[in-house]
Design a protein around this ligand. Structure first.
Ligand code: GLY
Length: 316
């Protein structure tokens, strides 16, 4: 039994592993793990407190996939409901559909007793306003001075050298040897209204085959949409690759297909992308487009961060 997640998911893997130890199914562990991150107001890329779209509205994407039943559920561009992963699970369990978007997803959540709320925190609202005011000298907004220094914008935006993005992905392997995973995100910061990334798309942001393994991702979602990255990761494991080999091969494919405007001066893909792979024997890997990234693991040895294996290394 174990759970893995993106770097921001230590509380997710810890909660998931607690459930796994109680012999709860992998699906419940992955969903409830992701829910912990959706509740965290300091997590700027997921659920409550996630950075909003360009209009200042938080639109969430989430999906779940269950290994034993090979079923999935998802919501896209859903407003005002923080527990997007739980709603995605209900889409899977209570409907003959896989993906509900926008107003329909919200109405489905409300029908199931979820409560609407403003998902902006004071911090995420101020970060959005700072971005909006800083965009141009030729508009109605006055560029901010030092009044936003407490937001530590330098740290958040400078460490992202393409577009600010983030997500949580959680995978679990339970006592019965079954796999499941979940992905939840507020998407790219300040995205176009209605933009949907890879996270709620089965095969792109996550995928499971119970006999082979699971794969999920965070980072530049359009790259996963254009390469079916998570499906590819699982299929490469099916062909005999280890989780690490499969993940790195997916990243090679993604990098080779990167648009010219997404490449640096050396021709390398300049966006962030990470994949997390887990097989039924408990072999796991985190792989990243760039070095310096980690992923979360919880097992009988405790909860910790392990290093991702990078495809590309920055020379500084
Ligand atoms: N991978 C998350 C997103 O692009 O929205």
């Amino acid at each position: 039994m174990l759970s893995i997640a993106s770097h921001n998911g230590q509380k997710a893997t810890s909660a998931a592993f607690d459930l796994l130890q109680q012999k709860r199914p992998a699906l419940e562990a992955a969903v409830e793990g992701a829910t912990r991150v959706e509740d965290d107001p300091e997590e700027l890329t997921v659920g409550y407190g996630g950075l909003p779209n360009e209009d200042g509205v938080v639109e969430l994407d989430a999906a779940v996939m269950d290994g034993p039943t090979h079923r999935g559920g998802a919501v896209a561009a859903m407003r005002n409901i923080r527990h997007a992963t739980r709603v995605a699970r209900l889409v899977m369990e209570q409907t003959d559909r896989v993906l509900l978007a926008g107003e329909g997803a919200l109405r489905f959540a409300l029908a199931n007793g979820f409560t609407e709320e403003n998902l902006l925190t004071d911090k995420s609202r101020r970060m959005w306003l700072h971005w909006k005011r800083s965009r141009s000298e030729n508009d109605d907004w006055i560029t901010p001075g030092k009044e936003d220094a407490d937001l530590d914008l330098e740290t958040y935006f400078k460490q992202q050298f393409f577009r600010p993005t983030g997500t949580v992905h959680v995978a679990a392997l339970d006592h019965a040897g079954d796999l499941a995973c979940a992905t939840s995100t507020s998407g790219h910061a300040f995205k176009m209204a209605g933009r949907v990334g890879d996270s709620p798309i089965l095969g792109a942001g996550l995928y499971v085959d119970n006999a082979v393994g699971s794969c999920g991702s965070i980072g530049h979602g359009e790259a996963n949409l254009e390469n079916c990255s998570s499906f590819l990761g699982v299929e490469l494991m099916r062909s005999g690759m280890s989780p690490e080999e499969a993940g790195l091969e997916v990243l090679r494919r993604v990098a080779a297909n990167a648009h010219p405007r997404q490449r640096d001066e050396q021709g390398r893909a300049k966006f962030h992308l990470q994949l997390f792979l887990l097989d039924p024997d408990g072999r796991r890997a985190g792989v990243s487009m760039w070095d310096g990234r980690q992923f979360a693991v919880s097992d009988s040895g405790g909860t910790r961060l392990e290093d991702c294996t990078p495809l590309q290394v920055r020379s500084e």
